[in-house]
Design a protein around this ligand. Structure first.
Ligand code: 7RM
Length: 658
């Protein structure tokens, strides 16, 4: 892992305000109050396996009940609910229809130009079945990987559920990634089919998704991909490759509306989702059927507690885990109405979110701190223009939320009336791990509060020992949970090393290392302090510094690159790159622009460096490791503190300071 991780665990937030949960307590809530909460926490702690067993039997439909709850005989490779057979799409669709909820709206969708679709559970079921049948026609069989590279349209959710229905794991690639990034993921996952669209609306532009797919597949670079299914969304003219490409609207409507859900083993793959780590290329996080389904379902129910007549909106993109768990699987498994929006707020539409909340009477709203900070900056007069009185619960996810933004969210958007759930979790954890239960747990601005029932976390030092109250350390998870990632696709060694062997196992017990720093206060509340590895979080998007460095170095003019995050008021972190050039190449303003677009081409616009600094050399230790700690200080304009004695050449530092 990266250099000197502990260097970043130093800031201690001071925050004394506490908000009681009482005003929110409602007897219909899935966890009705503090007594109920403590009862669940205690029973999960006392008999974890019995607890998970009861929840799994109660909350999911089983074609065949499981024989064992947890098999942890070969850690860190867990098996949950072995012997059981279920299907995630059945849990999200059929069982609600069988319970008389077929006419309930499952998805309300608003398109970027303002078009609205309301899809009932029955309609969604039929669309999913038709799509599943079409995938079968394209030769997809149980176990085959289907890639999605789509805008935020209902067809994205339909395609995910169709894959789940026939047991074909999906790999959703965020539509903002470049064709190069898409290609890497298609090759790594050996995708058989790509589902995409002619284009997608992104801010005030149209992005050419199909063109990017064509580029990714050029020169037979992904030989496993046999077909491309294309949703017509923007009417972009696209080139069509006969025998490989199919229009969604030509292939799907004529299919049968019935497709029996495949009986899946609990540990059959549900999806692979790529996420950035501190080394090399993004890794394919593997999630499996029953455990993931249970965890997305339970966490959604406990935290958001959506009532039957309510509308819930998560503003994420389905290309991220938040979209998987809290736009699609969590809400639909619970039979809730999930709202999906194709667009994002931006200067030309600053009130977009508030207009939607007013228009669709959104009750529960879940977004990212970076969005909240941007709203804060443009002033409360914008949200104040809208009727937000339907809101009753607000959530945040993706990065630490600063107390000021938390308070603004509470006062301006929640009118001092809605609890805020700050939910800490990761792609790897499948669902939320640390979050308040709004009916039971008092909140403090900036703290994700306490772990959910059945989740045991700790803050430890590099030796794996628990640290004292208010001391910074590494956040670890101490026992397996149903939604945990099962492995890294094609690289179980990396899975073990990255997450389970980074910290020395204590007493032979493996603990999961999350990559985040944290501190626990005197009340047992957790304060997440951000990544301690070489992963940066830009506007809630997770990026590996190494990934951006490789992108830079792949340009022929670049000799070496080191990328760090610099604290940024709006984005959380901004990308700063230090670059040395091949001999004979000159620094110039033009080259700066070229290199920035080169990174965009290699990864996507989310990875565009905010700043590139040219230098003659990078600061390194005698063993040749780049000293990122120094670069981080330099990038943020701080005084370079701490030990610089290991620096190989002190002149480098002096040069960089200039
Ligand atoms: C859900 C998601 C995971 C990383 C994680 C943290 C950071 C996420 C919070 C947070 C502080 C939060 N998955 N993070 N939520 N930090 N408070 N509530 O974001 O895999 O893309 O990123 O995001 O650093 O390790 S992710």
């Amino acid at each position: 892992m990266g250099s000197e991780p502990s260097a970043r665990i130093e800031t201690v937030l001071q925050e004394e305000r506490v908000f009681e949960p009482s005003q929110f307590v409602r007897k219909e809530a899935s966890i009705s109050g503090i007594d109920h909460y403590l009862k669940i926490i205690d029973s999960a702690k006392a008999h974890p396996e019995r607890f998970w067993q009861e929840e799994a039997l109660k909350e999911l439909h089983w074609f065949k009940p499981f024989e064992s709850v947890l098999d942890w005989s070969n850690p860190p490779f867990a098996r949950w609910f072995d012997g059981g057979k279920t299907n995630v799409s059945y849990n999200c669709l059929d069982r609600h229809i069988n319970n008389g909820k077929g006419e309930k709206v499952a998805i309300i969708w608003e398109g970027e130009p303002g078009d609205v679709r309301r899809i009932t559970y029955k309609e969604l079921f039929e669309e999913v079945c038709k799509t599943a049948n079409a995938l079968k026609d394209l030769g997809i069989k149980k176990g085959d990987l289907v890639a999605l590279y789509m805008p935020m349209v209902p067809e994205a959710a339909i395609a995910m559920l169709a894959c789940a229905r026939i047991g074909a794991p999906h790999s959703v690639v965020f539509g903002g990634f470049s064709s190069e990034a898409l290609r890497d993921r298609l090759i790594d996952g050996q995708a058989k089919v790509v589902i995409t669209a002619d284009g997608g609306f992104r801010k005030d532009k149209i992005i050419s998704l199909k063109d990017a797919v064509d580029t990714a597949l050029e020169d037979n670079s992904c030989p496993t991909v046999k077909s491309v299914l294309v949703v017509k969304r923007t009417n972009e003219s696209v080139s069509f490759n006969a025998g490989r490409d199919y229009w969604w609207h030509e292939l799907i409507p004529s299919q049968s509306k019935e497709c029996p859900a495949e009986h899946m083993d609990s540990e059959d793959r549900l999806f692979v989702l790529y996420t950035s780590g501190s080394t090399g290329k993004p890794k394919g996080v593997v999630h499996t059927t029953s455990g993931y389904n249970l965890w997305a379902h339970l966490t959604f129910k406990w935290i958001f507690d959506v009532q039957d007549n309510e509308v819930y909106w998560c503003t994420a993109d389905v290309g991220w885990i938040t979209g998987h768990s809290y736009i699609v699987y969590g809400p639909l498994s619970n039979g809730s109405t999930t709202f999906m929006y194709e667009g994002v707020p931006r200067p030309s539409k600053p009130g977009a979110f508030w207009e939607i909340i007013q228009k669709h009477k959104i009750n529960i709203f879940y977004t990212a701190p970076t969005a909240i900070r941007a709203f804060m900056k443009s002033g409360r007069s914008i949200p104040d223009n809208y009727d937000l009185s339907s809101l009753r619960l607000l959530g945040t996810v993706g990065e630490p939320i600063n107390p000021e933004a938390w308070m603004w969210y509470r006062e301006v958007i929640g009118r001092d009336n809605c609890p805020i759930v700050d939910t800490w979790w990761q792609t790897e954890t499948g669902g939320v791990m640390i979050s308040p239960i709004p009916t039971a747990v008092s909140t403090k601005p900036g703290s994700a509060t306490m772990p959910l029932p059945g989740i045991e976390v700790d803050v430890v030092n590099a030796e794996g020992e628990s640290v004292e109250t208010d001391q910074g350390g590494y956040l670890v998870i101490k026992r397996p949970w149903p939604g945990m990632m099962r492995t890294i696709h094609g690289n179980s060694k990396r899975f073990r090393e990255t997450y389970w062997e980074y910290l020395k196992p204590r007493d032979g017990e493996l603990v999961y290392f999350a990559g985040d720093g944290a501190r626990r206060d005197k009340d047992g509340y957790y304060w997440i302090m951000g990544r301690v590895d070489d992963v940066i979080n830009v506007s809630g998007h997770r990026l590996g510094t190494m990934e951006i460095e490789s992108a830079l170095v792949s340009h022929p003019f670049v000799a070496e690159a080191a990328v760090v995050g610099r604290p940024d008021e709006l984005k959380g972190e901004a990308i700063v790159a230090f670059v040395t050039l091949e001999s004979g190449k000159e620094f110039s303003e033009d080259l700066l622009i070229i290199l920035k677009s080169h990174v965009v081409q290699e990864i996507g616009a989310i990875a565009r460096p905010e700043e590139i600094r040219f230098t003659n050399a990078l600061p390194k230790t005698r063993s040749g490791k780049i000293m990122r700690r120094l670069l981080r200080s330099l990038a943020s304009g701080e005084e370079v503190k701490g030990d610089t004695s290991t620096l190989e050449d002190r002149n480098v530092l002096d040069e960089l300071r200039k």
